[in-house]
Design a protein around this ligand. Structure first.
Ligand code: DAH
Length: 350
């Protein structure tokens, strides 16, 4: 017997068929183009979904709620899946494509910083004379920075104006070392003579920043302790170093000076290596450049560090690195050495 199918029945079948087609088409979406093809086929006004919705008009009134519900369910399903897929495709389709044929970017290349090149060269020269290298601490106590170096308790160098003190809450004598002479003390405490040592490192002073000075800079300290060392050894060592470092034909001048930790104390000048002593802008037309402070280690310092001053003697010297680097390189503003500008560094590539 032929039983005509009801309109509602046909509609339900159509909805179910369309759902199968849509599911297959959704699964085939792989990129923006197939997504767009799907939209044009199913989601536009003349698309499959709207076609079925239009057919709702011919459904008898009593079946409309059932068919309408089924159509709505299909529509929500499609819209939800479509949005999810669209969002998942977005980053890939929007991401800029990488052009693998472009040349690579070269990382900028600097050079050994002139301050460290100077320290390295100094170590090299002193090593050839039998000196070791030692490093102390940038954070020191009063005793190593001043006390054992024979600074009187009221010596002005301890003044707040020069020294950065560190508030520790526990101790009031902690500071940033103001010179590398503190390392001399550490070395003498730790080693027995004979001692031959250079001590490069950073030091700190509460000074206004200008083209000529910074609150942090580098020094290199030297120390030799042995039996029978004299001023002659001190002079020969410094002259040998300076002739190797700056100018093989240099002349020297040893001027008396004062440091609490040496006796006698002196300042050492070298004939200007830029004008050979004739006088120029750099040596302020004097023909001389001051190269370091030096002296024979004070007996009080030896004794404070556990070395018998009756048996041993020694000499020490110390100089600032930045000033020398500026002389050697022609850099006339000390701040350029600290700004890490690769254009400055690049000029020192060997
Ligand atoms: N510590 C001194 C300063 O900072 C430099 C110095 C002078 C070091 C004489 C020495 C020395 O070892 O003997 O100015």
């Amino acid at each position: 017997m032929f039983v005509p199918e009801s309109i509602a029945h046909i509609m339900l079948q159509k909805i179910s068929d369309l759902q199968s087609i849509i599911e297959a088409d959704l699964a085939a979406i792989v990129d923006a183009a197939s997504l767009e093809a799907f939209r044009l086929k199913h989601l536009v006004k003349k698309g499959t979904l709207q076609g079925l919705i239009d057919d709702l008009r011919s459904v008898p009134k009593e079946d409309k709620p059932t068919i309408g519900k089924a159509l709505n369910a299909l529509r929500s399903f499609v819209e939800e899946r479509y949005t999810t897929i669209e969002q998942s495709l977005e980053p890939r389709t929007l991401a800029p494509s990488i052009d693998v044929t472009l040349p690579g970017r070269r990382p900028p290349v600097g050079a050994i910083h002139p301050i460290h090149a100077m320290i390295d060269r100094t170590i090299e020269i002193f090593s050839s004379m039998g000196f070791d290298v030692a490093e102390g601490f940038e954070i020191e106590d009063d005793e190593h920075n001043f006390g054992k170096l024979n600074f009187a308790p009221d010596h002005p160098a301890r003044d707040m104006q020069d020294t950065f003190f560190i508030k520790s809450g526990v101790r009031s004598d902690v500071l940033l070392r103001t010179h590398t002479s503190s390392v001399q003390v550490r070395v003498m405490e730790a080693m027995k003579p004979p001692i031959r040592c250079i001590m490069p490192g950073k030091v700190y002073r509460n000074e206004a920043v200008s083209a000529r000075s910074l609150a942090e800079f580098h020094q290199i300290e030297g120390l030799a302790i042995d039996k029978h060392l004299s001023v002659a050894d001190l002079k020969a060592t410094i002259m040998e170093f300076a002739r190797k470092m700056y100018d093989a034909t240099a002349e020297f001048r040893f001027r008396t000076s004062y440091f609490p930790f040496t006796e006698p104390s002196m300042e050492v000048d070298m004939s200007c290596f830029l004008c050979s002593g004739k006088g120029c802008r750099i040596c302020k037309h004097s023909g001389w450049l001051e190269i370091c402070g030096a002296g024979m280690v004070h007996p009080n310092v030896l004794a404070a560090c556990g070395i018998d001053p009756e048996e041993y003697s020694g000499f020490a010297f110390g100089f600032g690195v930045e000033r020398v680097v500026m002389l050697l390189t022609g850099i006339d503003d000390i701040r350029l050495l600290y700004e890490n500008d690769i254009r400055v560094l690049r000029q020192f590539r060997s």
